[in-house]
Design a protein around this ligand. Structure first.
Ligand SMILES: Nc1ncnc2c1ncn2[C@@H]1O[C@H](COP(=O)(O)OP(=O)(O)OP(=O)(O)O)[C@@H](O)[C@H]1O
Length: 648
């Protein structure tokens, strides 16, 4: 039997096993037993159909294992090892220089259920080293036409990526890497790895944060394809569903993103508590009670000292005030008996019995006087006092006074609308200050993390108090005015990892991007492109930009074409392209901000000077989106940053 036929035979066995498991799951689901569990299991088994098995390791001594998306067994015999299992690790880490006991690594390419190619690497310590694992398969993957949906890279993960994926779950791992270094891909594979490795994370959940809904759609297929359906994905504003209708200026975005807002909001919340200078009159069952300003001050202090959020501390405040009021009432009642002159006061009877009003007050508190009761001193034991406090608390008039002194708050009281995206972290902060809780996750992944404001980070820490986080981004791509220029704002303690190889952008394009980077971020190193395309980036001067673009679209045949520009409105009309963009279209029109994290076969930047004026980072993002060809169409003089492009 040929090697290909042998692998086909094994793949048939694997799919037969997969089909059997699906049947079992479907039958269990039909029986109605633990439907959620079986539905999820069925979805997991369905999602691993494509590329079920993609590799094989042969070890010294003749043993071999097949590597795939999930583990499969026939009885005790392992048919397929999950790529995340320790046994699969050498598939990603073994090198010719350090082969361990691996003698051969085989990449198996399948189409549907058919094996179409084998790519063998003999791990011979004497062979020349190129640093790339499985170069042929890798190059095939990175040059494949783009579809508008991200694919997983499980069969071609590189060693520096593998190391990050399997890094410790605890603490904050920050991954800095230039464009196309696989940060998004690595972050998603790490989620799959952590969920596989740590049972507790499956129970506590993982949250993946992305920069936009379009981006979340782009990455949406990756985790299900890796057999993980249980991850929550969201944008930062999406974590708190409120109506975002406003757009802030850059200065406003920066101001609202600053950590100073946290103390400002805390101050705003504290300021609603009123401490009067004069005693406050409180009416209860037609009795007038006097609440001393000092008693209010004491209650505010006691409530404040609990450190509880506003609405919870309010309850403490209320209990304190009501205790003071109850004491006042008791004093009044007791004074009937114990007035200095021995006289009954306030209409009480001379023998120390109580007035009508006092009886009503006691009745409201549920204190019932029997005929044998002499007076309130003996009557008002601890239970009665508690009943009195409860009655005071439940009284509408008393409640009104309490609410005036310490009003209950909603987040919208603290941060009134209408709201912009930058208000959402402020509303979230306000929610925490007033005492609303949020769902908590076992691990949080943040993609395009350079865009997050300090206030957004606070929002995420509230959702992950354990601070088990994976944070990936590129400081050279920061677009938001409230975004980061260093990783210092990421909650600590943090450890930093780097990705250095660009799998997306060909060397010819990266040379242009590197010049821009050198001008504006001299401290940052551009990533090294894994390949060249043989196509030089070009520029075209055209007074009629929409006309020039229409001609380019007409000429375009292969793969996806993206037009990146600052002002999409005008071009959308002229070129009849959808806004917001449809990523599955043949031609996609979008802003640099929307293009963040995405990639296309061909990219044309319209009016690069305008993009540059918005910020060099925006132009850097736009320049690094193409997997094959880059062009710019400029109506005026070309920015010096792009003067080296070939004139078309
Ligand atoms: N090991 C790999 N094998 C095959 N393809 C890879 C590998 N690593 C990355 N890629 C591909 O490179 C492209 C860029 O990856 P990804 O989007 O994760 O990069 P990024 O660092 O997040 O980029 P950016 O900062 O520009 O958003 C994707 O198409 C991804 O599939």
């Amino acid at each position: 039997m040929s090697e290909l036929a042998a692998e086909q035979h094994h793949l048939n066995v694997l799919h037969a096993r997969l089909d059997a498991l699906r049947k079992e799951a479907a039958a269990a689901l039909a029986r109605g037993h633990a439907p959620d569990v079986w539905r999820a299991e069925l979805a997991r088994l369905q999602a691993v159909e494509d590329g079920l098995c993609f590799g094989r390791l042969d070890f010294t001594g003749g043993r071999s294992v097949h590597i795939g998306r999930i583990s499969l067994f026939e009885g005790d015999e392992p048919l397929l090892v999950d790529w995340r299992a320790p046994a699969a690790r050498p598939f990603y880490t073994a090198t010719a220089a350090e082969p361990g006991d691996v003698v051969r690594r085989r990449r198996i390419t399948t189409r549907g259920r058919t094996v179409v190619a084998l790519d063998d690497e003999l791990l011979d310590p004497d062979a020349p080293r190129d640093g790339l694992v499985g170069e042929a398969a890798l190059l095939a993957a990175v040059t494949a036409e783009r579809t508008g949906r991200m694919r997983d890279i499980v069969s071609t993960l590189q060693t520096e990526q593998d190391r990050i994926i399997r890094d410790d779950a605890r603490g904050v791992l920050v991954v800095q890497g230039g464009p196309g270094t696989g940060k998004t891909a690595v972050a998603l594979h790490r989620v799959a790895y952590l969920l596989y490795t740590h049972e507790y994370l499956r129970a506590r959940g993982v949250l993946v944060i992305g920069p936009s809904e379009v981006f979340l759609g782009y990455i949406g297929q990756v985790l299900p394809g890796l057999g993980e359906n249980r991850v929550v994905t969201a944008t930062v504003p999406g974590l708190r569903p409120v109506a975002v209708t406003e757009v802030d200026s850059a200065a406003e975005t920066e101001r609202k993103g600053s950590a100073d807002m946290a103390s400002l909001l805390a101050k705003r919340v504290r300021a609603v508590v009123r401490v009067p200078d004069e005693p406050v009159d409180v009416e209860f069952e037609q009795q007038l009670l006097r609440l001393d300003a000092s008693a209010v001050r004491r209650a505010v202090r006691t409530a404040g000292e609990t450190g509880m959020p506003h609405n919870q501390a309010r309850l403490v405040f209320q209990r304190e005030v009501v205790s003071a009021l109850a004491e006042e009432l008791v004093d009044q009642l007791e004074s009937v008996v114990f007035s200095e002159t021995g006289e009954a006061l306030d209409g009480g009877s001379a023998d120390g019995r109580l007035s009508e009003a006092e009886l009503r007050a006691l009745a409201a508190a549920g204190v019932v006087l029997g005929a044998e009761d002499d007076g309130p001193r003996e009557l008002l034991d601890d239970v009665d006092r508690e009943a009195l406090r409860t009655a005071l608390l439940g009284d509408a008039g008393v409640g009104e006074v309490l609410d005036e002194l310490w009003p209950p708050l909603t987040p919208a009281d603290v941060v009134p609308g209408p709201w912009s995206a930058a208000d959402v972290p402020l509303l979230d902060e306000a929610a925490a200050l007033v005492g609303e809780s949020v769902p908590v996750f076992g691990h949080v992944v943040v993609d395009e993390a350079q865009e997050l404001s300090e206030m957004a980070w606070r929002m995420l820490v509230r959702r992950c108090p354990s601070r088990s986080m994976t944070v990936v981004g590129d400081l050279a791509q920061t677009g938001s005015a409230a975004g980061a220029t260093s990783w210092e704002r990421v909650p600590g303690p943090r450890r930093l990892a780097q990705l250095t190889v660009n799998y997306r952008t060909p060397a010819e394009i990266m040379t242009v991007a590197a010049e821009l980077l050198a001008r504006h971020h001299p401290a940052l190193r551009p990533p090294r492109s894994v390949r060249g395309s043989g196509e030089l980036p070009w520029r075209l001067q055209a007074a009629d930009v929409p006309g020039a673009l229409a001609a380019l679209i007409d000429e375009h045949t292969d793969g996806q074409l993206a037009i990146i520009t600052l002002d999409v409105g005008e071009l959308a009309d002229a070129l009849s392209l959808p806004v917001p963009p449809d990523l599955t279209g043949k031609v996609v029109l979008l802003t640099p901000d929307e293009a963040k994290g995405l990639e296309f076969d061909v990219v044309v930047i319209a009016d690069p000077a305008a993009v540059l004026a918005a910020g060099p980072n925006d132009l850097y993002v736009a320049l690094t989106r193409a997997t094959r060809t880059l062009g710019v169409v400029h109506p005026g003089p070309v920015p010096p940053e792009l003067s080296s492009l070939t004139v078309r």
